[in-house]
Design a protein around this ligand. Structure first.
Ligand code: PHE
Length: 342
């Protein structure tokens, strides 16, 4: 179906006008816009308004032609505006001279970065990753780890109880350390065990620059025939060198944990020329040989097997590595802080 000849002629001449019009200045562009596309008197606008009145047989073809014309006119305006240059008031609201917007790039949280670093070292020595629940019972968190009932050692780790223990029921609590996962791993399978356990732990402590109500630990456990304190020292030395450099100086300081015997805390020497003595010892983790009572509580024969365990706070290590002096900043999600860790 073709459009009637008179309309066809109008369209063809309009098309010509649109294509030859001179758009060499901002004024000419504006004039062109008003003439063809102006809301009130633009000739294309007028044709669009007439679409409903066109004979239904021709309406579709007519509508299509008018829309094509409109697109051609708009394209001419746009091209002419670009040619006229940037930021010309009234003709374009796009300033082509502005620098592009750089999309914001995300980065890993310093705790994630540190966690990955730590686990990578141990994975390369054959440790596999295990996880456990953050809501624990008293037995896994304390009793099986050789904390005697009502023993003051339980106060070492101020606990958030969900249900206080009673004569009849075990207490339910937010785990105070990742050590209960040692118990779960040993109950679930047979030795040898060689695992690291990352996870979140909770302590009911006053919040300050150096302690927070939750933090993250990485636990390590290796149980097999003939595992010795020498093996423990070796793996921790490897670890400290990876994280703090080849020439790291570390020491084992005798300590106490109910679930290890003997127990030690590991310090590294932190060089600081502004301090008397040129630095200071900083504790990075707790460790020891798994107490035979713990092995017995999970049915592992302590006459046949020995093992070591260690546990470290990811926050502490991250703070040392990055020179962060307030733990709270790690949880504030302040972009000014986080964007420094690209
Ligand atoms: N669970 C101890 C703590 O939270 C750390 C530790 C783990 C110590 C394993 C020795 C062995 O402080």
């Amino acid at each position: 179906m073709s459009i009637s000849t008179s309309i066809e002629e109008t369209l063809t001449s309009l098309e010509k006008e649109i294509s030859v019009a001179d758009l060499g200045s901002d004024e000419a562009i504006e004039e062109f816009r008003i003439r063809f596309l102006g809301k009130k008197q633009g000739s294309i606008t007028g044709l669009m308004k007439r679409i409903p009145d066109v004979d239904p047989a021709d309406r579709r073809a007519f509508g299509q032609r008018v829309n094509e014309l409109k697109a051609v006119a708009q394209a001419r305006i746009q091209k002419a505006q670009v040619a006229q240059g940037p930021g010309v008031a009234g003709t374009s609201d796009v300033d082509y001279s502005l620098p592009g917007r750089v999309p914001a790039r995300g980065s890993l949280h310093p705790l994630t970065e540190t966690y990955r670093l730590i686990t990578r070292v141990f994975e390369s020595y054959g440790f596999s990753i295990e996880e456990g629940p953050e809501i624990e019972d008293d037995w896994h968190n304390f009793t099986a780890l050789n904390f005697p009932p009502n023993h003051p050692a339980r106060d070492m780790q101020d606990t958030f109880f969900i249900e206080q223990p009673t004569q009849k029921h075990d207490g339910i609590l937010l785990r105070t350390h990742t050590s209960p996962v040692q118990i779960r791993v040993m109950l679930d399978s047979e030795p040898p065990f060689r695992v690291i356990v990352p996870g979140r732990v909770y302590r009911n402590e006053a919040i300050s620059y150096k302690s927070y109500c939750l933090f993250h630990q990485v636990e390590g456990l290796y149980v097999d025939e003939g595992v010795s304190m020498g093996d423990l020292k070796h793996i921790l030395h490897v670890f400290a060198r990876e994280l703090f450099g080849e020439d790291v100086v570390m020491r084992f300081r005798p300590s106490f944990f109910p679930f290890t015997e003997p127990s030690a805390e590991v310090d590294i020497w932190w060089k600081d020329d502004n301090m008397p003595g040129g630095g200071r010892w900083l504790e990075i983790l707790g460790c020891g040989m798994v107490d035979p009572n713990v092995l017995e509580s999970v049915g592992v024969d302590p006459e046949k097997y020995t093992g070591y365990a260690f546990g470290m706070g990811i926050e502490r290590i991250a703070m040392l590595r990055y020179g962060i002096d307030d733990i709270r900043i790690l949880y504030e999600n302040d972009e000014r802080f986080l964007s420094q860790f690209d």
